[in-house]
Design a protein. Structure first.
Lengths: 77, 106, 85
């Protein structure tokens, strides 16, 4: 399994930098985009972002900053 | 600290607080602290249907964390000065964050 | 800004906020002061409990304008640059 050399959450985040991801917020909204960067508060910068709610695209943004406290999880798309 | 200094310059001016419970309070700013707790005097309360006791108050202390927006008097604010202060603050933060363990090395 | 790769200028998420809020004031909590702010409030009447057709109810949109507005950072979810014309 390719994940066996992943040791810490930070290693995981490093690995998905620059890759397409889903970010899910506590509100149930998802953001799908390219993970440009993030910091220790889990503030996130995404590029070419689509906003999805209940499976439908509700908005799109070239660049988007997401305030970390709203983030539930980040997952590779 | 930036917005604390900023609000200090507005003491004595009329502002309107829009709270997270949808109540709005208009009044004269008398005091502000580092948490952006505020004191207002001669207040007028809008949307007080759910909290009618507010209508009898003259002065109020509001905890900063319950504030959503503050409507500001445009004529009383030097926006250019505020932008300068923002740039300085951002630069300072950047220098600090270099050694901050919370910042991921990316 | 177009044509320049964003990642070359952005090393942490707050750099993006700096780009978005050029000419405005903000801090690390995302407290900000916005000029000529427009607020849009969209409400859906939720009667999904009464009517089990899964449809959401009537939509109402309210807008408010503010010449100068302080926004407390803790209610901020997303910050994005204004759409290019």
């Amino acid at each position: 399994m390719e994940n066996t050399n992943l040791k810490t959450p930070a290693d995981f985040l490093q690995k998905i930098l620059g890759k397409p991801v889903y970010v899910r917020l506590h509100s149930g909204i998802y953001y799908k985009g390219t993970l440009a960067c993030l910091d220790g508060y889990m503030n996130i910068a995404l590029e070419n972002t689509e906003e999805l709610y209940e499976g439908k695209v509700t908005n799109s943004y070239g660049d988007a900053f997401i305030r970390g406290n709203n983030v539930l999880y980040i997952s590779p798309a | 600290m930036l917005f604390h200094s900023f609000f200090s310059t507005l003491i004595g001016k009329k502002i309107t607080l829009h709270l997270k419970n949808d109540v709005s309070i208009e009044g004269t700013l008398t005091s502000i602290d580092q948490f952006l707790n505020v004191k207002l005097e001669d207040i007028k309360v809008h949307n007080a249907d759910k909290y009618p006791h507010l209508l009898f108050l003259k002065n109020i202390f509001v905890r900063g964390s319950v504030i959503r927006y503050v409507d500001l008097p445009f004529e009383e604010v030097d926006t250019a000065l505020l932008q300068d202060a923002t740039r300085r603050e951002a630069q300072l933060l950047k220098q600090k964050s270099m050694g901050d363990p919370k910042t991921l090395a990316v | 800004m177009s044509g320049v790769s964003m990642s070359s200028m952005i090393t942490e998420p707050l750099d993006l906020v700096k780009l978005c809020l050029d000419e405005q004031a903000y801090d690390q909590h995302l407290n900000m002061v916005l000029e000529d702010a427009k607020e849009t409030v969209t409400n859906f009447e939720d009667d999904r409990d009464q009517v089990n057709d899964g449809e959401i109810g009537e939509k109402t949109v309210q807008t408010h304008s503010y010449k100068l507005l302080f926004v407390r950072g803790d209610s901020v979810v997303l910050v994005s640059p204004p759409k290019r014309a």
